[in-house]
Design a protein around this ligand. Structure first.
Ligand code: URA
Length: 230
């Protein structure tokens, strides 16, 4: 890997500050000052910045209990982002594995492992997501069959993949889907003539939102939770 990329990935420095550190001879490779940002590092090379040895962080995996009003984006001018709830080094390489709308609460997974992220979000991997849904109106009698058969959402050409509905009470249901189209759950119930008034994600694959995790808090995933995403 290039020296400047390695420093950017192992510190909180932006690319511009990495350049400056190199120019000011604050970077040593195997004990020697190096200014060449494009230098290719061998796995055995040791890199120091201001006398501190840099070592790769990650891969890292977290679950977060998303509050209302937070946006699942890296930056936003108008709203706080879920990444602002983290206190981790080198946050710029962390990404959200499956976004939630600003008014949806619940389980969000965050990682710097791109392949793992892909396995959570790609429809080809059939990773189930379960939502607790509060509806505005009574649900049509044949909702289960329609959701299982697939629904043609507005502005889409393909039916949704089979989804499972569990009725909890008159206007509360649990819905399990295995894809993540834009506003998918809200659009599925809209297609059934209903409206989602509250939406909360409880589960992704075998990873369930930890009851002990207060709203706005996060924790690292356990090894079993990480391995459960295949
Ligand atoms: N479906 C939605 O409509 N919104 C979400 O936030 C997640 C799934």
């Amino acid at each position: 890997m290039r020296l400047d990329k390695y420093i950017a990935q192992t510190t909180d420095l932006s690319r511009a500050l990495v350049k400056l550190a190199l120019r000011n001879k604050r970077v040593l490779v195997n004990g020697e000052p190096v200014k060449d940002a494009s230098l290719h590092l061998a796995p055995s090379d040791s890199v120091q910045l201001d006398g501190e040895r840099l070592s790769p962080v990650g891969p890292r995996y977290f679950m977060l209990h998303k509050p209302l009003g937070y946006i699942c984006a890296t930056v936003d001018n108008d709203h706080p982002t879920v990444l602002e709830l983290l206190d981790e080094p080198n946050q710029k390489i962390l990404h959200i594995a499956g976004r939630l709308d600003i008014d949806t609460t619940g389980l969000v997974l965050i990682t710097d492992d791109g392949q793992w992220n892909h396995r959570v979000t790609s429809p080809r991997h059939d990773c189930e997501k379960t939502y607790y849904v509060t509806l505005a109106n009574d649900l049509v009698a044949d909702a289960e069959a329609k959701l299982q058969a697939g629904i043609l959402l507005k502005n889409e050409t393909q039916l949704t993949k089979p989804a499972t509905l569990e009725r909890l009470c008159r206007n509360e249901v649990r819905l399990t889907i295995s894809e993540g189209k834009y506003h998918q759950v809200k659009r599925m119930f809209a297609a059934l003539g209903n409206r989602v008034v509250e939406l909360h994600r409880e589960r992704i694959g075998a990873i369930t939102l930890d009851d002990a995790l207060a709203v706005g808090h996060y924790r690292p995933l356990t090894e079993a939770e990480i391995q459960s995403i295949q």
